[in-house]
Design a protein around this ligand. Structure first.
Ligand code: GFP
Length: 801
């Protein structure tokens, strides 16, 4: 958009006065941020209105991306960037004597997700708008985001994340679009005069779903899509119904807090209510919008695509069936044909724990009408498929089985497309996790490799690198990130490689300053910054990284005279509150950090930094500073990974197993530019087949490994007791479920190679450049373009091949 500095400063001062009734000099950064947010929202109002109007007027097919998590990160900078007004606003604020960075920091970072799943959804929202595609998000407006993580005595403590305390500058509450969602009660089918059956509901608990919309601004293209987050409230009280405190609390808790754990059984009924709540509200609003402009539902799938991001929103399938059957009198066959043509599903994990199932009793009690529909889907599925595929396979795959509603199976059966998120993952879905359903519906399965919002991870997070790249290849790559490939031409340009090294230094300095001021730890910027940032989970193997730190520590202690390339190990990770083992890992790493960082024999050769409260904003600080990207999951377990892509695009070299999208990164950037080690997925499956993995014998045959692992149970690491034993036992007593010991020796070898190679700056920077240049292919712009072409069948404007 066009904006003159004088106009901006005038508008900004007026906004401050109108909102806070004070002079600029008396405002806090939070107030300045809020005023700026309101102003930008107002500037963009016309384009948001125009986008919605044009979708309606041209009857454009729209995608609705349903996700129980969205991790959008702070929006101020990305909105300025996408509107093309960053410089004017920065200059204007500077001339008013304000500190732009402080204003940026004042924005709360909405933690409406646990990890990669939620961040992917947010990257896709940005890219859908940026390639000019009609793509909307549907999710939950959690009153409290994922907990704020602090460490007390090295233990993770969870504090509430009150992100809405000062209001939310970007959202619009749309009470006039609210709808009712029904839970519980009784339902029966009553015969109508025309012979049809209609459900009659009795004693239901109704909840009002109120949407809050946030405009998702496209990159330099005047498109603004909508992210719609639903909030649960008391229904309008026309009959003066009395609500007890318990009833109020029951409604309130539906959208109170992000369910922070996908591995335990607690709060499962609440989780199911959350899932139906936003699925139902979202589908109701889509159908209402469609019905306002069309008389027949026959062509619904030509106008609407609904995407199920992981199993959580699977109930959009029976919910759309319910609306078509009960409210629009469609026949079952027509409703089913419409529903399956509209729905598509992405699976994000092969971990059994995340394939949701619900006990039938609980499901039926909470959602009686939806259960009837799922039962009928199940009955028809069995009737149709048993004669062709036989009883066994159908029993194994039907939506209902073993007393459970099986969400992943329902999602596959009710969708026309099922995709994994990296080639290996999709293959494993076909061969293992969903293999029976693949036999029945081979045509539904396809791969869509994940992608990232490059512009956030480079242009916002890494401005020094962006400037350097622009100075060489211009700015066209901002809209078409594959053009980063043009950087390859500079691989022998020593001056450029030197500049690349300087950029990395600047980013490392920025992170080092943060670590100094927030954690009181001094780290040297000429050390290797070795970064592992992701959810804490046993399969992601933070423990392997921990063992490496112990090894380096013991090495320096035993050979203090030997030269040692300084190494800083940087972690960012939250553990689900009830995931005991993950919390023990955090405690041990923190205890190890205390030991290492304060040992005078170690000095500044080795440092360990576990930065608390990892999230999108901290990612923006850490990623540009990384030399090494730790992607060390047990092969076959990480569906794709996306931090691997963000780190690559910022010039980090991957220390990685051949898992998820690491494989594709290696293919794109060249194996010689990464550090690859460990078992392959085939090796892991071989162990499963033969059942012959013996962690103990690996341990017994490697004296160095013994020393390292034993450190967990001797008193070497002060301040830990049971935690060290717990990890030790997981490795030896319980036979190392994630093959940490099997991969240890090769991992160490690669770490030693890294230390060696790091000393040759030119060669290192050449490898780093190869990663940056090859990273454009992992832009989410291309990923969503592939979804648009192959799955959703929706048009988009920007040409992307
Ligand atoms: C999950 C998977 C990752 C995958 C993302 C997005 O993320 O491999 O990249 O979903 O598809 F595990 P996490 O919740 O584990 O971060």
């Amino acid at each position: 958009m066009e904006l003159k500095e004088a106009q901006f400063t005038k508008d900004f001062i007026n906004e401050i006065r109108a909102t806070y009734a004070v002079d600029l000099k008396d405002t806090s950064p939070m107030e300045q941020y809020m005023a700026l947010g309101h102003l930008i929202k107002r500037y963009n109002g016309e384009s948001w209105t125009d986008t919605s109007r044009s979708y309606r007027k041209n009857d454009v097919k729209q995608v609705y991306y349903f996700s129980i998590e969205f991790l959008p990160g702070r929006l101020l900078q990305s909105n300025l960037l996408n509107l093309g007004i960053t410089d004017v606003v920065k200059k204007g604020l500077k001339n008013l004597g304000l500190n732009f960075d402080k204003i940026v920091q004042a924005e709360p970072d909405p933690g409406l997700g646990n990890g990669g799943l939620g961040r992917l959804a947010a990257c896709y929202m940005d890219s859908m708008a940026s390639i000019g595609m009609a793509g909307n998000g549907n999710g939950i407006r959690y009153r409290y985001g994922l907990f704020k993580q602090v460490f007390m005595n090295g233990y993770q403590v969870e504090l509430p994340d009150d992100w809405l305390r000062n209001g939310n500058a970007w959202e619009v509450r749309r009470e006039n679009r609210a709808c009712l969602v029904r839970f519980g009660g009784h339902v029966w089918l009553q015969e109508q005069p025309d012979g049809s059956l209609k459900p009659v509901y009795d004693h239901t608990d109704d909840v009002l779903a109120v949407p809050y919309d946030t405009g998702i601004i496209g990159y330099h293209n005047v498109v603004t899509n909508t992210l719609r987050l639903w909030s649960a409230e008391l229904p309008p009280n026309e009959e003066q119904t009395y609500y007890s405190q318990e009833q109020r609390d029951n409604i309130d808790e539906i959208t109170k807090v992000l369910y922070p754990d996908d591995s335990n059984a607690e709060g499962r009924s609440l989780r199911l209510r959350q899932e139906y709540f936003f699925s139902s509200a979202g589908v109701q609003s889509i159908v209402r919008h469609y019905a306002a402009n069309h008389t027949s539902f026959k062509h619904f799938p030509q106008k609407v695509a609904i995407h199920i991001n992981d199993t959580h929103p699977t109930l959009v399938i029976p919910e759309l069936m319910r609306i078509l059957l009960d409210e629009y009198n469609c026949s079952w066959d027509l409703a089913w044909q419409i529903t399956t043509s509209t729905m598509s599903y992405t699976n994000h994990t092969i971990m059994q724990e995340a394939l949701e199932t619900w006990p039938i009793g609980m499901f039926q009690g909470l959602l009686p009408r939806i259960y009837q529909i799922v039962e009928e889907i199940d009955r028809r599925y069995r009737a149709e498929k048993t004669p062709v595929f036989g009883q066994n396979i159908v029993d194994r795959t039907a939506p209902l089985g073993h007393g459970q509603v099986r969400m992943a199976y329902l999602a596959v059966i009710g969708s026309h497309s099922v995709n994994g998120v990296a080639p290996l993952h999709t293959e494993l879905l076909k061969k293992d996790v969903l293999t029976d359903l693949y036999r029945i519906y081979p045509e539904k399965f396809n791969n869509k490799t994940n992608g990232i919002a490059d512009r956030r991870w480079l242009e916002i997070a890494n401005q020094p690198l962006t400037k350097l790249i622009d100075s060489k290849i211009g700015k066209k790559w901002h809209a078409n990130p594959k053009l980063l490939q043009e950087l390859s031409a500079y691989e022998s340009d020593e001056k450029f490689l030197q500049q690349l090294a300087e950029v990395k230094k600047i980013n490392k300095r920025r992170l080092a300053d943060y670590v100094q001021s927030e954690m009181g730890i001094t780290i040297r910027t000429d050390a290797i910054f070795d970064v592992q940032i992701k959810r804490l989970h046993a399969y992601k193997r933070q423990v392997l990284h921990m063992l490496e730190i112990i090894r380096e520590y013991l090495d320096i202690k035993r050979h203090p005279e030997q030269s040692f390339i300084p190494h800083v190990h940087i972690f960012g990770a939250k553990a689900a509150p009830s995931y005991h083992y993950a919390k023990s890992v955090i405690k041990v790493i923190n205890a190890l950090a205390d030991l290492v960082n304060n040992d005078p024999d170690i000095g500044d050769k080795l440092k360990v930094v576990f930065i608390p409260n990892y999230g999108v904003s901290l990612g923006e600080l850490i990623i540009p500073a990384a030399d090494i990207s730790e992607q060390i999951s047990t092969a076959s377990k990480e569906a794709s990974g996306t931090s691997n892509m963000k780190l690559m695009t910022n010039g980090a070299l991957s220390l990685a197993t051949m898992d998820g999208a690491n494989i594709d990164i290696v293919r794109a950037a060249g194996k010689q530019n990464e550090y690859i080690f460990g078992l392959t997925a085939n090796d892991v499956y071989g162990y499963y087949r033969r059942n012959d993995y013996c962690a103990k014998s690996v341990y017994e045959n490697n004296p160095e490994l013994q020393r390292v692992v034993n450190a967990l149970i001797t008193n070497m690491i002060p301040g830990i007791t049971t935690e060290g034993h717990e990890i030790y036992d997981s490795l030896l007593k319980y036979n190392d479920e994630y093959f940490v010991l099997a991969d240890y020796a090769e991992y160490v070898k690669q770490q030693e190679k890294i230390a060696q190679d790091f000393q040759d700056t030119m060669t290192w920077q050449r490898k780093s450049l190869a990663n940056i240049a090859a990273s454009g292919t992992f832009s989410a712009d291309y990923s969503v373009a592939r979804y648009a072409e192959d799955i959703w069948q929706v048009p988009y404007n920007r040409i992307l091949k």
